[in-house]
Ligand binder design. Structure first.
Ligand code: MIC
Ligand code: SF4
Length: 700
C-alpha cells in the first residue's frame, strides 16, 4: 500500500504496538536533545532512575535558555549539565553556541531519524526529514536510557504546497496561514506532512521555520521530504554522507480530520478551512450544522498556493490570531526583535542585513537581533553583515533564547513589539498587557526602518529597497569548538558530577488516595498555557528547585491581598486534602516544561479535569502522578466552581481499567462523568504515583 512519509519513517522505529492510527505505540528514539531549563530536571531524573550511560545514537545537552546568570543558579545548572553530560556520554553545547533547535538542525539532524527533545519546538527537525517530537524531561530521560517513547499512532494531516513564494513573502507566512486554518486547538494526536511542487523551492531552514511552529498547531510533529534541498544543506554542513532521499509514495492517502466549531467564536477559522481545505472526496471542504448550534467540517487535505500568500502576523494572545500585515500597516512600532529558534538562520539574517545596509533604524524603534547559532553569528561577522546591522543601529544579542522566553527586552507599556518568534501568549514578553505581533524577519526589518507596521512588499517603491534574494550558502562555517563531544569511557569514569547547592532533588509522586476527595483550587478558562501554569522569564532560574519554583504556580491569576494559588494549595495539603485543577479547552498548551505538572504535584494537586488536555501536558501529568480527566459532557464545566469539594470513589479500579469515572460534587450535591485519559501503559504508572516510583518498583 502507498505510504505517507510519516509512516515510512515511523514504522521501522515501532518497537511496541501496531501502526494503526489511534493505537498506542512505542518508538525507538535515535537522538535526544535537552536544553538547560528542562535538562537539569531531565538529567536529575536520569540519575534517579539509575541510568549510567546514554544508549542513543546521539544525545545533546544544550545550554541556551538560562544564560543571563543573575546569581549562581544558572551557572550551577550549567556546571551540573556539563559534568553529567560527560559522565553519561552526551554532547554538551556550551552557552553561546546557539539555540538548541538551530544548532541541532545544523550539526546533528538526519533525514529518516527520530529525535525526542525536552522542548516543545523539537519538531523543528522535521525540516530536515526527521520525526522530531517534544516531550517532558522524564520521557526524554527514559529515551536517553534506550527506552521507547510512547504515543498514540498518529493521524497524518496532508498539506500540499503549490506554486512558489513571491518576493518578501516567507516560510513564516506559510505557517501563519496554516495556523489560521487549523488553529491551535483540536489537532492532538496528528502529525503534519508537507508535499507538492511548492516544497522544492524551500531550503531546509525555511522548512524548519514551518515545522518549528507546528508546535503551535498542537500536532505531535511535522515533516518535510528529504530531497535535493536537503542534500545541498547537508553538503554545506559537511555532512553530505548523511543524506537519504525520502518522500511519500505517490497515491498515498492522508487522514480525514474532523473539526467541530462554534460559528460565532470560530468564524474566521471556518472561512479559512472552507477556502484552503478539500474534503476527503476532493471537493472544497464545507461546514455542516451539527448539534448545539455548532458546525462540523471534514478536512481531507490542506492546499496552500504559495504565490497567493501575503505577509501575515499573529497577534497577542495566540499564535493562531492571524491578520494580514497590510491590514495593520501604519501602526506605530516601538520594538522589533529578530531571532529565536523560528527565524534566526543565516538566510533570514542575511536578508535583514541587506535591507539594513547603509540605512538607519527608525529613531523610535529599538531593534534587537539574536543570531540563532554561533555558526550564523560567525558567518555574519566574517562577511561583514554583522557590521551592517550594528551600523544601522541594531542591538546584537547573544545566540540564545533571550527575549523569546521573557529574559529581558520586555516592551514598554502600551507599545507594539514585532517579533519573529513563535509564541505571543499574553505576558510572555514580561509586560502585562503586552501587544506582540509574530511576523517574518522581512516584515520585522521593514518596521525597524519605517517605525510602523509595514507590508515589506511596499519597500521597493516606498523606500527604494530591492528584494534581497539570498541563496543558501554552498558551505557553512563549521567550527564545533563550543560543542564538547562525550569523552572516552576512561575519562568519563573520572568525571565528578557537580550538584551545586541551588540544585534540589525533584520530589517523587505518590499513589492517589482511594477514595480521592479534594478541593477545586482553580476554575480556569480555555487555552491555559504552560506559561500560565508555570511562568518562565525571571523565574527560570528556579527550574532546579521545585519548592521555590512551585510558589509561582498560576501566579498570573493571584489577586493582590488574597492568598496565592500555592498558599491555598499548601494549606489544603497540610489539612490532608488533595487539590483539583478545573479548566476549559486545550489545557497545557505550549511548552514541554514538566514543571507544569511537577510543581502542582508538589503543592498537592492530584487531578486535572478539563474540557481537553494537550498531548505533552497529559503525559507529564501522568508521569508525575496527577490524574488527567476530561468532562464527558463539556457542559458540566460550568457546574463546578472554585472551592467545591469533589470526590471520586473506587479510584484504584478506575485507574486500572475504566474508560469513565463518576465524580461527585460534594458541595453542590450532584454527580458528573469524566473520561479517563489513560493509555494501557499509563494506567500502572499512575497507579504507582508516577513514572519515577513505577520505574523504581519495577527495578526491585
Ligand atoms: C518555550 O518556548 O516555551 C520553552 C521555554 O522553550 C519551553 C521549554 C521550557 O519551558 O523550558 C518549550 O517550548 O518547551
Ligand atoms: Fe528558545 Fe523561544 Fe525557541 Fe523556546 S521558542 S526554544 S524559548 S527560542
Amino acid at each position: 500500500m502507498a505510504q505517507t512519509l510519516v509512516y515510512k519513517i515511523l514504522e521501522p522505529h515501532i518497537v511496541e504496538g501496531e501502526p494503526k492510527p489511534g493505537s498506542p505505540i512505542g518508538i525507538r528514539i535515535d537522538q535526544t536533545l535537552t536544553q538547560d531549563a528542562t535538562g537539569t530536571t531531565a538529567f536529575l531524573l536520569l540519575e534517579a532512575m539509575g541510568i549510567p550511560h546514554v544508549r542513543t545514537e546521539v544525545s545533546v545537552s544544550y545550554v541556551d535558555h538560562n544564560t543571563a546568570q543573575f546569581g549562581p543558579e544558572n551557572a550551577n545548572d550549567h556546571l551540573y549539565l556539563q559534568t553529567i553530560a560527560a559522565k553519561v556520554g552526551a554532547y554538551f553545547s556550551r552557552p553561546g553556541n546557539g539555540i538548541c533547535h538551530q544548532v541541532h538542525l545544523e550539526r546533528f539532524g538526519r533525514p529518516g531519524r527520530t529525535l525526542l527533545g525536552a522542548d516543545s519546538h523539537t519538531p523543528t527537525g522535521g525540516g530536515i526529514g526527521m520525526i522530531a517530537i517534544g516531550a517532558g524531561g522524564l520521557d526524554v530521560a527514559v529515551a536517553m536510557g534506550g527506552g521507547p517513547f510512547h504515543i498514540a499512532c498518529p493521524k497524518v494531516i496532508g498539506v500540499e504546497l503549490r506554486g512558489q513564494l513571491k518576493p518578501w513573502v516567507t516560510a513564516k507566512d506559510i505557517i501563519l496561514r496554516l495556523l489560521s486554518v487549523l488553529s491551535t486547538r483540536g489537532n492532538v494526536g496528528c502529525m503534519v506532512e508537507y508535499f507538492g511542487p511548492g516544497v522544492s523551492s524551500l531550503p531546509v531552514p525555511a522548512r524548519a521555520t514551518i515545522t518549528n511552529m507546528g508546535a503551535e498547531l498542537g500536532v505531535t510533529c511535522s515533516v518535510f521530504p528529504s530531497d535535493e534541498a536537503t542534500r545541498q544543506f547537508l553538503i554545506a554542513q559537511g555532512r553530505g554522507d548523511q543524506y537519504v532521499p525520502l518522500a511519500a509514495d505517490p497515491g498515498c492517502r492522508y487522514d480525514t480530520i474532523v473539526k467541530t466549531l462554534d460559528p460565532h467564536a470560530d468564524a474566521a477559522t471556518i472561512a479559512n478551512i472552507e477556502r484552503y481545505c478539500l474534503s476527503p472526496s476532493g471537493k472544497p471542504a464545507r461546514a455542516v450544522p451539527t448539534e448545539g448550534g455548532r458546525v462540523r467540517i471534514e478536512i481531507g487535505l490542506v492546499v496552500l498556493d504559495l504565490d497567493e500568500l501575503e505577509p501575515l502576523a499573529a497577534l497577542t494572545p495566540s499564535p493562531d490570531h492571524i491578520v494580514s500585515v497590510a491590514e495593520h500597516a501604519g501602526k506605530k512600532v516601538n520594538q522589533v526583535l529578530i531571532g529565536s529558534c523560528t527565524n534566526s538562520s543565516y538566510q533570514d539574517l542575511m536578508r535583514c542585513a541587506a535591507v539594513l545596509a547603509g540605512r538607519t533604524v527608525h529613531p523610535d524603534v529599538e531593534l534587537g537581533i539574536a543570531p540563532g547559532s554561533r555558526q550564523v553569528l560567525m558567518m555574519l561577522a566574517d562577511n561583514g553583515a554583522l557590521a551592517q546591522m550594528v551600523r544601522a543601529g541594531a542591538r546584537i544579542l547573544e545566540s540564545a533564547c533571550g527575549p523569546c522566553i521573557g529574559q529581558g527586552f520586555s516592551p514598554a507599556d502600551h507599545t507594539i513589539s514585532l517579533r519573529t518568534f513563535n509564541r505571543n501568549f499574553a505576558g510572555r514578553s514580561g509586560t502585562v498587557g503586552d501587544c506582540v505581533y509574530l511576523v517574518s524577519p522581512e516584515t520585522a526589518v521593514a518596521a525597524a526602518l519605517t517605525g510602523k507596521i509595514t507590508d515589506p512588499r511596499t519597500l521597493p517603491e516606498a523606500c527604494g529597497i530591492a528584494y534581497p534574494d539570498v541563496a543558501p550558502p554552498a558551505s557553512f562555517t563549521i567550527d564545533d569548538g563550543m560543542l564538547s563531544p562525550p569523552p572516552p569511557p576512561a575519562a568519563a569514569r573520572a568525571v565528578e558530577i557537580i550538584h551545586g547547592p541551588t540544585i534540589v532533588k525533584p520530589p517523587s509522586g505518590e499513589p492517589l488516595a482511594d477514595p480521592l476527595e479534594g478541593l477545586v483550587l482553580i476554575h480556569a478558562g480555555d487555552k491555559i498555557t504552560t506559561d500560565h501554569i508555570m511562568p518562565a522569564g525571571s523565574l527560570l532560574k528556579f527550574r532546579s528547585n521545585v519548592p521555590e519554583y512551585a510558589k509561582h504556580v498560576f501566579q498570573c491569576f493571584n489577586k493582590p491581598g488574597e492568598p496565592t494559588f500555592a498558599q491555598r494549595a499548601l494549606t489544603a495539603k497540610a489539612a490532608g486534602q488533595a487539590g483539583f485543577i478545573v479548566a476549559g479547552d486545550s489545557y497545557g498548551q505550549g511548552s514541554s516544561r514538566e514543571h507544569a505538572a511537577l510543581c502542582p504535584m508538589y503543592l498537592g494537586v492530584r487531578a486535572v479535569i478539563a474540557k481537553a488536555i494537550e498531548r505533552i501536558c497529559q503525559a507529564n501529568l501522568v508521569n508525575f502522578g496527577i490524574w488527567p480527566l476530561t468532562f464527558a459532557d463539556p457542559g458540566d464545566y460550568d457546574r463546578v466552581a472554585l472551592g467545591d469539594v469533589l470526590r471520586i470513589e473506587a479510584v484504584a479500579a478506575a485507574v486500572a481499567s475504566a474508560t469513565h469515572v463518576t465524580v461527585r460534587n460534594v458541595t453542590k450535591g450532584f454527580d458528573f462523568s469524566c473520561t479517563v485519559l489513560l493509555s494501557a501503559r499509563q494506567r500502572p504508572i499512575l497507579a504507582a504515583g508516577g513514572l519515577l516510583p513505577y520505574t523504581r518498583n519495577h527495578a526491585t
